[in-house]
Design a protein around this ligand. Structure first.
Ligand code: FE2
Ligand code: FE2
Length: 130
């Protein structure tokens, strides 16, 4: 997986966040594939969670700045995603293998359906404001 210019949402800082998330998701996938220790994967998940939390706040502030009309629905999805990520992270401690089987598809789907679809939807509002 590689970040491409087509993935840009039109804001440099948010693009940088997305690249970081993209790489963090990739690291979790690789760690799982290569059978890395659970402790190591836990650290990656905590880093991802912390980073995502900051990103969601920044993204919501940006959407408010550009008067994005779908901000409330987008914010709800962030809340759901964060709750799901916290749940999966906590579950990982109890049953790491079955949890990873659920976690890795969740992270991939998140990239494909949230960042590349839902986040892309605010792009044109940002462009119109410039
Ligand atoms: Fe985002
Ligand atoms: Fe988002």
């Amino acid at each position: 997986m590689e970040w491409k210019i087509e993935y840009s949402v039109g804001d440099e800082e948010l693009d940088r966040d997305h690249m970081t998330i993209f790489n963090a998701v990739d690291r979790v996938k690789k760690a799982q594939k290569n059978g890395f220790a659970d402790d190591f994967i836990s650290i990656l998940l905590n880093q991802l969670l912390e980073y995502v939390d900051g990103h969601f706040t920044k993204e919501e502030d940006y959407m408010a700045d550009i008067s994005y009309p779908d901000l409330p629905a987008h914010r709800d999805r962030h809340v759901e995603m964060k709750a799901e990520l916290v749940r999966l992270r906590n579950q990982f401690v109890h049953d790491s293998q079955s949890n990873l089987d659920e976690l890795v598809p969740f992270l991939s789907d998140w990239w494909e359906t949230h960042i590349l679809v839902a986040d892309m939807a605010y792009k044109k509002y940002g462009e119109d404001k410039q």
